[in-house]
Ligand binder design. Structure first.
Ligand code: MTE
Length: 335
């Protein structure tokens, strides 16, 4: 991965936006409002009292608004670890389709419209199909899951995602006995994604990711359609992204248009670019360093020169319940 160490000036990105801003909205939505009153609400926003950045309001599609009424809030949490301010999670991004720098996605994705959007589910499945987002989400129970996100570049965040279980989605497609892996693909549209027009990009589009089928069926594997109580901002992978909290962030592929059940292990984008640095598994592991830097620690954002907020990295990013997926596998070899 092309690593860019943020300059000291990145400290400006670290002024704290309290979780209270986000949590107050969550409580507001969960506070006994019925479907009818929710549907009548305009996109919510919070007053900026001068110290805090507001959580931006966005146009939410009808299917998403309807689903908000039955969200299971805080279905998974991270104990007392603070939620990363929305401002950091939505402005410090990796999304090479919109450029290689952390600030590029929020700038270049602003005009990126994700309606209409379809997702093709194909390959080794009994029920292949192409779904628009309303149809894809319709049978799913939306949950809020607060997960750690650990980037291979050694920074991390805690993000409250909204979405549904990947296993539920895959089961509905009825994988055949031949299906051993799941392959995900991001949209290719050079007109709308400026990074795909760049002659400097080394990536062979589309961005591709993959999971072993048993990893994909693990209850923690998640398809996000929102975060911080609203739809995903474009820079975070709208309208649909994968979230695999025990793996490095590059596995969490954004703006997915195709999910294929396949027989052979897919080659993912970063693995294709630098196979000695990025593997298929990409499990968070403090004992297996990247060839160019240590993975023993991470900077939890917001982080600044004077308050670096460095902490120890945990095996599987602290999600010990996935360990049995890898029993007998040499994690040094299968990085
Ligand atoms: N998905 C696509 N399509 N393109 C990308 O460049 N970057 C990955 C991942 N998903 C990427 C992507 C990387 S390297 C990380 S760390 C996470 O998205 C970052 O997610 P975030 O910007 O929401 O924090």
């Amino acid at each position: 991965m092309l690593i860019r160490i943020p300059p000291a000036s990145a400290a400006s990105e670290s002024e704290v936006t309290p979780e209270a801003v986000y949590l107050s909205r969550r409580r507001f939505m969960g506070g006994g409002l019925g479907l009818a009153s929710l549907a009548a609400l305009p996109a919510l926003s919070f007053a900026d009292d001068g110290r805090y950045a507001e959580v931006e309001s966005v146009d939410e599609p009808a299917w998403f608004k309807a689903k908000l009424a039955s969200v299971r809030w805080q279905a998974v949490t991270v104990g007392d670890e603070a939620i990363t301010p929305y401002k950091d999670a939505s402005r410090y991004n990796n999304f090479y389709e919109f450029g290689p720098n952390k600030g590029d996605p929020v700038r270049h994705a602003a005009q990126f419209k994700v309606e209409p959007w379809t997702v093709l589910i194909d390959g080794e499945v009994g029920r292949p199909g192409r779904y628009d987002m309303a149809a894809l989400a319709e049978p799913q129970q939306l949950e809020e899951r607060i997960y750690r996100l650990r980037c291979v570049e050694a920074w991390s965040m805690v993000i409250p995602w909204l979405g549904f279980s990947l296993a539920d989605l895959l089961r509905q497609a009825e994988p055949t006995s031949q299906a051993r892996y799941v392959r995900f693909e991001t949209l290719v549209d050079a007109e709308r994604m400026v990074g795909q027009r760049s002659g400097f990009s080394l990536i062979d589009w589309p961005y591709v990711e993959g999971l072993r089928l048993d990893e994909a069926m693990h209850p923690l594997a998640f398809m996000a359609v929102g975060m911080y109580g609203r739809t995903l901002p474009a820079q975070n992978g709208a309208p649909l992204r994968l979230v695999v909290p025990w793996k490095y962030g590059f596995k969490s592929i954004k703006s997915i248009v195709r999910i294929s059940l396949v027989r052979d292990e897919p080659v993912n984008t970063w693995q294709a670019l630098a196979p000695n640095e990025y593997g298929f598994y990409a499990n968070v592991n403090p004992q297996v360093d990247h060839p160019r830097w240590s993975q023993a620690q991470e900077r939890r954002l917001p982080s600044s020169l004077f308050s670096p907020n460095v902490m120890k990295t945990r095996l599987f990013n602290g999600y010990d319940e996935v360990a049995s997926l890898y029993s007998g596998l040499d994690l040094r070899k299968h990085y």
